[in-house]
Structures are given as structure tokens and as C-alpha cells.
Design a protein around this ligand. Structure first.
Ligand code: HDD
Length: 697
């Protein structure tokens, strides 16, 4: 219970790396003489139970695991700082929102929802985006996703949703995917999911990296100013790096090649000093707007389009430090939606209200007791004073006699007439907004939540033709894995309310001979909501190659000047470069020097790069034009609409890969080193989409 503002990173009390003179000890601190051999009766045993050193070691190992999160089990955490750029006293008196330039330490954990801890990073899934702000007035947790809406409107449905998405209980599969009967059965029986279905079937669920995705607080919250006036707010994270996703076929291959693709990307960019940043934006609106809006602002399956209520940027989050210890920080961090601070409040969103129970509850199970706030990553970095005591693993224990409030014991003893602190403070403490509450006790879904298709349609029509094609393909892929025909048909009958063209593409894709009738809608959809360009990834892509990765495939005789020019141009643009070669030892280039490789070709497929270049001598290109991994390298880069640079000597490889006759403006010939700069600036577009076929009905 320190009064000091503790600004340390927040991990466990770390043991420094051991020097050669340090002696190995047991957990009790007793020196160990032999860590290799269990005490035994004679050299050939049996082993003796008396060996307290061995038993302590095995005992501890046996208990290393804690339950993984029931959802969002696979995640990756990073430390950072939130800097306020614009004070908003008119909306909120929260300290974090009032001093421009003030830096608040943070911890952010990105995650997938359905897969277990060991599942691959590029599963098609929603990504969690949870940030703990260690503010001067306590911890504020913004526990959001990379999608601004949710599957369900009421928290009571959450266990069913998650059971349906996770592996089936009888067979224990499929892992980390939604392409199965149980998921689509539940979804097709829950029309409120349809807006979310559009988002999850878009490329939002296969992000290129955590760095290139948005984040959303999802619910409507309240901000409260010093006069006690409240406004509604929705929170947004906007990546300064721009938005980017991969293509589904790439995701499948990346999962096999590098299941840690997203965490490795984050680790590498932080270690390289390329710190990702997000702007925090708020959409603020009042009761009057809420009344006039087409949908209920308490319904978590709806957005408020940015074109209708603009997003005001108020600060920037910079992620700048990897954890010291994965378990202590990423695994033990406990986010709770109910962690808010004075100057903000919840809304009556039924999903949020239910979450506020679930998060506290789950930490007890996961972290083993009520004292999880004593774990450094969860501990506030501001003063903590209360009379909570004892319990498993209590780490910060109050001193003195007083363990109740009010009392006459604690603090300064020169005046014993007044009760002693710490006392509650009406002036500084958290006060709930006095929202009027009336009504009978009922179990009903509000009528105002009944339109399930209008915003789903708005999302679909706001996408580019390429993105719409990807959505159609995703639905066809997923529904083709569904064994029951009635479930597949039921989904198409929902899609007909969203967009008949999409319904037709999907019906054709899954081989339906007859178009099913539209399912009965709880409320007639509004079919003329305008497009919202903010909803498209491709309309909001970056304008540079910064933070992306170029893969240069080199082999014997490759032009050394071209490789150097490519490296310089990529680095100049703030991009990373990896060298791929037939052997990890590298290849001898035209200058006779051996250039080391980062990857052997089999372990460095083009799917893990944003753009590729081929630099090899004529003879090598002829050889590798017959080599399967090299052919795949080129073929995949072509199929995934990537920009491809090549020196003229590599034509034999392009021919071997079957792309020589199909070369388009996405190919850049590096006849001279000067062309490298031009290539990298072309790469700012990230993909040469003209190469993709657009499916339209
Ligand atoms: Fe949740 C974890 C986000 C609905 C119950 N949730 C969890 C995490 C994120 C979200 C990002 C991982 C936090 C971390 O990294 O540790 N959840 C959401 C969003 C939702 C949502 C954006 C809808 C708007 N969640 C939701 C509902 C319930 C839960 C309706 C229960 C009624 N969520 C949990 C949980 C988890 C969790 C069981 C598992 C681990 C944890 O809380 O700490 O309590």
C-alpha cells in the first residue's frame, strides 16, 4: 500500500540473470549441491522420496499452469504510454482526459477469441484489443475488439455463443475456427448476429498484424464533467500505421509456416524501435441524438457511422516495450470492464452490464484468489488505501491495528475526536451518473433492438468490390464446411435481407439449386442507409510502405548493387528487409561476396512478406525455376496480388513458375539499381489489386 506513484514496468519482481558465482538454490533459498541426479539408494536406484530438493522442483513444475482464459486465451501483451493531445473537460473530469501532454502508462493485450493458447495467430477470428490505463485515479480498462459490434445483444447468450464457436464437446475439434456446423447453427438461429457476420466474413478477421488494425470499445459508455453533466461516448483506436489484412489463402499458409506470425511481428517491430501507435478517438453524443438515431445506442450490434458522429482524436497510444516475462505480464494481466474511473460511467447496454459481472468473476478462477490486484501487472500505479485483507497470496498487507472504517486508530494520533482515514470522498470519489431508472422487472428484448439487417447491409455496400468478393468467398468457404444443408440454406435466407447479390454469390458457391425464401425479419430493414467509407479497409489503407516487410530472394550471381539499392530504399521508407536464399548460409553475389540469409527458401515463403524481389544470376534462376519452394515463392506472391521486383536474369524462374506470360503492372524490372526506389514507392499501395478477380452478381 504505497503512496508513491510507482512507474515501473509492472512485471513480477524479476530475478536478474545469474552470474557464474551465484549458487543455485531451492525456492526456500537453500543452496543446491546437485541439480542433475535424484538422491537414490545406490547408483542404480530406486530413487528416495527423501530428496526434498528434487521433490520441490517437480512439485513446482507440476503446478506451473493456470487455467487459460475461457475466451481470448491466445494473446500478446505490450507495455506502452497514452499521451493526451486534447483535453476534454467539457465532457469528463477524469484526470486522464484533462492535462494535455500527460503520459499515462498502459498495458495492451491483443488476442484471438476462439482458439486455445497454442492456436495459430491467423485463424479467422475477431481480435481482442484490451488496454489497461494505469491512471492517477485508478486503473481504467478499455476491453474492446477490432470490430465495433458484437454477435449478441444480451450477455446471457454469451456462453451459448462461445460453446457454439469452440470445439464441439464430443470430438474436441475444430480448433480456432468457425467453419463448422455448431457455429453456423447458432448464428443462423440468432438474427441479431447478422451485422457481426458481415464483419467477421470480411478481411478484418485476418489482419496482417496487430499493428494494422483498428480497435473499438464497442459499447456506448458515459463521460461525466465536473458539473455532473453526462454525454454518451464510443471509443475508437485508429492505427497510425493504416489498416491492412492478408488474403485468406495467405492466412492458411502463414498458419502452417509461422503460427506465431502476429506475436513475432509485434516483438520484432518493438525490438527494432518501430513503435506502433494508435490515436484514441471518441464519438460523443447526447440523449437528443440517441433519441433521434435510427437504432438504439444501447444495442452492441450497432455502430454509429463516423459520417454521422465524427470521431474526435484526443490522444495517442504508443506501444514501446515488450514484456520481460510472458507469464507474469501477458498471462496474468486481468482486464475487467468494470474498471472505470471518476468522470466516466457505464450505459445501460445489457451486454456491458453482463460483462461487468463476468470479468471480475473469471479472474478469481484464473488467478486463484481475490488478491489478483496485488500482482504487479494488475496493481494500480497510484495510491491504494482500503481495508481489504488476507486471502490467498496477499502481497500488500496493511500495517497497524485498524482494519475497519470508520476507526479511531489509523494516521496521526494527536486528535482522537474524529474518525480516521482512509475515508470515502464525495468530492474525489467515483459517483454514478444519476440516470433515471423505471420500469417493471421483465425478461424481454427491447423492441428498439429488433432491426438486424440494415447495418449489415450498410457494411456490405460500404466495401470495395475486392472486399465484397473476399466476403462472398469467406461465406462460401465457411458454409461449405457445414455438413447440414438446412443450416447452409438458413444462412442464405438471412443474406437475402442484406444483399441479394451476395446471397446469390453464396448460394451459387455452395451449389444451391434454388434460392431459399427470405427468413421472416423481426423488423423490416431500412434498405437505403448510405455507404460509410470508414468501414472499408482498402479505402483506409496506408500511403507508405513503412512498417512493412520486403523479402529479397537472392541466389548465386545476383546483382549486389541491386540488393543494396533495394535494402536502402526499403529502409529509407521505414520498412524491414529479410534476405531469403537457397541456403541459410546465404549466397555469393555478383561482387564475389557472400551475403548472409535470414531464411532458407523453404522457411521463408513469400506469404510472410508484403512484397518480394528476385535477385539472382541467370544460371541460378534456371536451376530454381525447377525448384518447388522457389516456384511457390513466385506463384504465391503473384496469386496474392503482391508487387514483385525482378532482375532480368531471373526470367527463367518466372517462366518456371508460370507467370512470365502474365506479367502485369505489379511487376517491376530492376534493370538498374535506380529502379529500386520506384519499386518501394509502388509498394506503398501494398497490393496490386487489379490482378484479383472480382465476383459480382
Ligand atoms: Fe469478453 C475476455 C472483449 C463480450 C466475458 N473479452 C475478453 C478479452 C477481450 C474481450 C478483449 C480478453 C482480455 C485479455 O486480453 O485478457 N468481450 C469483449 C468484447 C465483448 C465481449 C469487445 C463485447 C462487446 N465477454 C463478453 C461477454 C462476456 C465476456 C458478453 C460474458 C458475459 N471476456 C469474458 C470473460 C473473459 C473475456 C470470460 C475471459 C478472460 C477474461 O475475461 O479475463 O470474462
Amino acid at each position: 500500500m504505497s503512496d508513491e506513484l510507482n512507474l515501473t514496468k509492472g512485471g513480477a519482481p524479476h530475478q536478474e540473470p545469474k552470474g557464474k558465482d551465484d549458487i543455485l538454490t531451492t525456492a526456500q533459498g537453500a543452496p543446491v549441491a546437485d541439480n542433475q541426479n535424484w538422491l537414490s539408494a545406490g547408483p542404480r536406484g530406486p530413487q528416495l522420496l527423501e530428496d526434498h530438493v528434487a521433490r520441490e522442483k517437480i512439485f513446482h513444475f507440476d503446478h506451473e499452469r493456470i487455467p487459460e482464459r475461457v475466451v481470448h486465451a491466445r494473446g500478446y501483451g505490450i507495455h506502452g504510454t497514452f499521451e493526451l493531445k486534447k483535453a476534454i473537460p467539457e465532457y469528463s473530469h477524469a484526470a486522464i482526459f484533462n492535462n494535455v501532454g500527460e503520459k499515462t502508462p498502459t498495458f495492451t493485450r491483443f488476442s484471438t477469441v476462439a482458439g486455445n493458447k497454442g492456436s495459430p495467430d491467423l485463424a479467422r477470428d475477431v481480435r481482442g484489443f484490451a488496454t489497461k490505463f494505469y491512471t492517477k485515479e485508478g486503473n481504467w480498462d478499455l476491453v474492446g475488439n477490432n470490430i465495433p459490434v458484437f454477435f449478441i445483444q444480451d450477455a446471457i447468450k454469451f456462453p451459448d455463443l462461445i460453446h457454439a464457436a469452440k470445439p464441439a464437446p464430443d470430438r474436441g475439434f475444430p480448433q480456432a475456427q468457425t467453419a463448422h456446423d455448431n457455429f453456423w447453427d447458432f448464428i443462423s438461429l440468432s438474427p441479431e448476429s447478422m451485422h457481426m457476420v458481415m464483419w467477421i466474413m470480411s478481411d478484418r478477421t485476418i489482419p496482417r498484424s496487430f499493428r494494422f488494425m483498428e480497435g473499438f470499445g464497442v459499447h456506448t459508455f458515459r463521460l461525466i464533467n465536473a458539473k455532473g453533466e453526462a454525454k454518451f461516448v464510443k471509443f475508437h483506436w485508429k492505427p497510425k500505421q493504416g489498416l491492412q489484412s492478408v488474403i485468406w489463402n495467405e492466412a492458411l499458409k502463414i498458419n502452417g509456416m509461422d503460427p506465431d506470425f502476429h506475436r513475432r511481428d509485434m516483438w520484432d517491430s518493438i525490438e527494432a524501435g518501430d513503435f506502433p501507435q494508435w490515436d484514441l478517438g471518441i464519438q460523443v453524443f447526447d440523449e437528443e441524438f440517441a433519441e433521434s438515431f435510427e437504432f438504439d445506442v444501447l444495442d452492441a450490434t450497432k455502430i454509429i457511422p463516423e459520417e454521422q458522429v465524427p470521431v474526435e482524436i484526443i490522444g495517442t497510444l504508443t506501444l514501446d516495450a515488450n514484456v520481460d516475462n510472458f507469464f507474469a505480464e501477458t498471462e496474468q494481466v486481468a482486464f475487467c470492464t468494470q474498471n472505470i474511473v471518476p468522470g466516466m460511467d457505464f450505459s445501460e447496454d445489457p451486454l456491458l452490464q453482463g460483462r461487468n459481472f463476468s470479468y471480475l468473476d473469471t479472474q478469481l478462477k484464473r488467478l486463484g484468489g481475490p488478491n489478483f490486484t496485488h500482482i504487479p501487472i494488475n496493481a494500480p500505479k497510484c495510491p491504494v488505501h482500503n481495508f481489504q485483507q488476507d486471502g490467498h497470496m496477499a502481497m500488500t498487507n496493511p500495517k497497524g491495528r485498524a482494519n475497519y472504517e470508520p476507526n479511531s486508530w489509523s494516521g496521526d494520533m494527536d486528535d482522537n475526536r474524529e474518525p480516521r482515514g482512509p475515508r470515502a470522498s464525495a468530492e474525489h470519489g467515483f459517483t454514478s451518473y444519476e440516470a433515471p431508472v423505471t420500469g417493471p422487472k421483465v425478461r424481454v428484448r427491447s423492441e428498439t433492438f429488433a432491426d438486424h439487417y440494415s447495418q449489415a447491409r450498410q457494411f456490405y455496400i460500404s466495401q470495395t468490390a475486392i472486399e465484397q468478393t473476399h466476403m462472398g468467398n469467406a461465406l462460401v468457404f465457411e458454409l461449405s464446411k457445414v455438413e447440414r444443408m438446412d443450416i447452409r440454406k438458413r444462412m442464405v435466407s438471412h443474406l437475402r435481407h442484406i444483399d441479394d447479390g451476395l446471397a446469390k454469390v453464396v448460394a451459387d458457391g455452395i451449389g444451391l439449386t434454388e434460392m431459399p425464401e427470405k427468413i421472416t425479419a423481426a423488423r423490416k430493414p431500412i434498405d437505403d442507409l448510405p455507404e460509410s467509407p470508414a468501414l472499408s479497409i482498402l479505402k483506409n489503407g496506408p500511403d507508405s510502405f513503412k512498417g512493412r516487410k520486403l523479402g529479397i530472394y537472392i541466389a548465386e550471381g545476383g546483382d549486389a548493387a541491386v540488393v543494396k539499392a533495394l535494402k536502402d530504399a526499403a529502409k529509407g521508407a521505414g520498412a524491414m528487409v529479410e534476405i531469403i536464399a537457397p541456403h541459410v548460409a546465404g549466397a555469393k553475389l555478383s561482387d564475389g561476396e557472400m551475403m548472409e540469409a535470414d531464411q532458407k527458401i523453404d522457411g521463408g515463403p513469400s506469404v510472410v512478406y508484403d512484397a518480394v524481389a528476385l535477385v539472382m544470376g541467370e544460371k541460378a534462376a534456371e536451376n530454381f525455376g525447377k525448384d518447388k519452394p522457389s516456384i511457390d515463392f513466385v506463384n504465391d506472391a503473384f496469386a496474392h496480388a503482391k508487387f514483385i521486383a525482378y532482375v532480368p536474369e531471373t526470367m527463367a524462374l518466372l517462366e518456371g513458375a508460370g507467370v512470365a506470360k502474365r506479367m502485369d503492372d505489379g511487376f517491376v524490372e530492376l534493370a538498374k539499381p535506380d529502379a529500386a526506389k520506384d519499386f518501394i514507392s509502388r509498394c506503398a499501395k501494398l497490393r496490386f489489386w487489379d490482378r484479383e478477380e472480382v465476383k459480382k452478381d
